[in-house]
Design a protein around this ligand. Sequence first.
Ligand code: AMP
Length: 227
Amino acid sequence: MDAMTMTRPAVLILLGPPGAGKGTQARMLEERFGLVQLSTGDMLRAAVAAGTEAGQQAKAVMEAGGLVSDEIVLAILADRLRQDDVKAGVILDGFPRTGAQAEALDRMLEATVQRVNAAVSLDVDDAAMVERISGRFTCKGCGEGYHDSFKAPAVAETCDKCGGTEMVRRADDRAETVGARLEAYHAQTAPLIDYYAGRGVLKRVDAMGAIGQVADDLNGIVAAATR
Ligand code: AMP
């Protein structure tokens, strides 16, 4: 099913620890289903880079691998959801990350007669996440994600998609910070798996496999959830 045949804007959530592949998969779903990927991590990094008040408050927490306050994250997301380009539907990547954020999202959607179509948990082993995270990098020009071992560009240091040659690695992808990020996930975000199971919209995908296999599984779930 494509964006033209969707009856109402879809709201999909990708849950999973850092390194599970949320960003990579969200970008693929965005292209395939005409949805817009909304990554609160990307929005916060943009706020930090722009030096906004929210960015200044978020910077140290992000560098330490903790979670930015619900207040800041909700304000940034609510602003983004008011823009016109999200009307066809969204894939939330890295949001919600706390119970309070999940409840706030439900309230925001109620106001627009929408609901969460599916929350997909990308299930992975913690032990593999450090390797996955510490090898990843992104094209500065178009945002395409790569990995030293799992998804190297065809020509070293050159983006397959846009030909850009400037690659960036995230400051919080250092091995020291990854442990704190995994801890924050288990303490504050993993309980959302039960939250969405209770609402009947939880789906699970084994995300330890190849990127293409995970994408196939997700395509089936998203097609069914947006029918
Ligand atoms: P991500 O790009 O999703 O891995 O997010 C990078 C960092 O941004 C996280 O480690 C948090 O510090 C912060 N962050 C992103 N999304 C959220 C959120 N929904 N709630 C709180 N902090 C967030």
